[in-house]
Design a protein around this ligand. Structure first.
Ligand code: GP9
Ligand code: MN
Length: 438
């Protein structure tokens, strides 16, 4: 077992990308507020239906001079969906090839996750806010193993007959109900808000729609997706207004990300015309483009802009920790800081497909690579391009090795054999989420 972990550490060392001095520590000591945008895809940003912006607030944030926004950022989840996204952001390791890591291993595995790292290294208090039951995706157990101090699940919130939809409390209500707890948290805090309203089948009661007109395709999930995304956008604006009026905003770095696609590949042909593409011409490449999700870092005084680097959810943890002034060198994390000059731009999907800054590499029915040019969506004939063929094989090996490394660490629970210097292993028994603060 010792050698397994030694091999892991050798690989992880090779993978490390050193922080960019322009950004390292820029958020040192600030509160970190992570907002999980359920099922939110990048194409919604700046998209208009009948001339009306779907997400005017996020659009303004996206182009704000204090926001670092990414436009080539992909989700990398597998079957664990939301929980896989959370897992990558908190631990810097991938989810599993099948099922949800949270459900399968989350109760027993050793984690070296964001709340514990920030708590131990810089005195952060940590909390998650989520308007559904705490056992969904096994979160109540996983969060303890991650060292989350508090988990405000739906039992903490005042509910009425129509305050919840299928996946939990409506976002506006969850966010406003969270405020009374947020205000009591010791600062600096690391908090995560998991929204749910923009979840398939995207059904929004009329009373929650401010008059936004959905598009009119034959597919109601496609139409409704714009309504719930619009609702989420309103909810975020209200929450930001609160953060500003309470003063929390001035001492906080706010990180927003879409966890995964909302519209599935089955629905994309019905979405195609809304994106100006004929359904008959829709390809696997177009499906892969739909896996782009927002990633934005907003903070007063941050030098922002639209960053075209390619990256994904696995890269978020080192990015955030470096901004917070915590070097990630000794941690076992498989992504690289998106702001580092050494950031690795190969984006790894959980099914072993991948994207580079120039190519998207998917598989055909036989498992052979289908290589598309990102710029044009054209299929490249590899038999005419042996040099690229060789490169693709090399990249594929890298992708397979990376996923295998992650699976080995997770399946063998290897982190129990390695404790980074200055880190104390988390004891889940020290945590209890039963309405402590009330
Ligand atoms: C449930 C919510 C949805 O709590 O996070 O999970 P998903 O279905 O998107 O994985
Ligand atoms: Mn989700």
């Amino acid at each position: 077992v010792g050698t397994d972990m030694d091999d892991v550490l050798t690989e992880v060392k090779k993978n490390y990308a050193k922080p960019n001095p322009v950004y390292f520590g820029k958020a040192k000591g600030k509160n970190i507020i992570v907002i999980h945008l359920e099922s939110f895809q990048q194409f919604l940003i700046n998209y208009k239906v009948n001339g009306q912006e779907v997400t005017p607030f996020l659009n303004s944030l996206y182009s704000d001079k204090n926001t670092m926004s990414f436009d080539n950022f992909y989700h990398e989840v597998g079957q664990g969906k939301t929980s896989d996204a959370e897992n990558m952001l908190e631990t810097g390791l991938f989810g599993l090839p099948e099922g949800s890591l949270f459900s399968k291993l989350g109760s027993d595995n050793t984690f070296q996750a964001a709340p514990a790292i920030l708590g131990q290294q810089d005195g952060y208090t940590s909390a998650v806010f989520h308007g559904n039951i705490g056992s969904f995706w096994n979160r109540d157990n996983v969060y303890k193993n991650m060292g989350y101090d508090y988990f405000f699940d739906s039992t903490y919130f005042n509910k009425t007959d129509n305050s919840s939809l299928e996946y939990g409390m409506k976002d506006k209500l969850m966010l406003s109900e969270s405020v009374k707890y947020l205000e009591q948290l010791q600062q600096p805090f690391y908090t995560k808000f998991i929204t749910v309203t923009n979840h398939y089948p995207f059904e929004l009661p009329d009373e929650d729609n401010d008059g936004f007109q959905a598009p009119n395709t034959n597919n109601s999930a496609v139409n409704n997706y714009f309504l719930t995304a619009h609702y989420l956008d309103n909810a975020l604006e209200e929450f930001f207004n609160y953060l500003k009026s309470s003063g929390i905003y001035d001492n906080s770095m706010i990180v927003l990300y879409g966890d995964h696609y909302g519209l599935s590949n089955n629905q994309n042909p019905d979405l195609a015309p809304l994106l100006g593409i004929n359904s008959d011409n829709w390809t696997d490449f177009n499906d892969s483009q739909m896996q782009k999700v927002p990633f934005m870092i907003h903070m007063k005084g941050l030098k922002g802009g639209i960053n075209h680097s390619y990256g994904g959810e696995i890269d978020v943890l080192p990015t955030i920790l470096h901004l917070a002034g915590i070097n990630t060198k000794q941690y076992v994390q498989l992504g690289t800081d998106l702001l580092s000059k050494q950031h690795n731009q190969i984006v790894i999907f959980r099914n072993k497909n991948f994207v580079t800054p120039h190519y998207t590499v998917l598989k055909d029915g036989n498992g052979d690579p289908k290589v598309y040019k990102n710029k044009t969506g054209e299929l490249v004939d590899l038999s005419q391009n042996p040099e690229l063929k060789q490169k693709v094989a090399k990249w594929q090996q890298y992708v397979n090795d990376k996923l295998k490394l992650s699976d080995t660490i997770n399946n063998k629970n290897l982190l129990r054999f390695y404790t980074p210097t200055g880190f104390t292993p988390v004891d889940s028994k020290e945590y209890n989420y039963q309405n402590e603060i009330q």
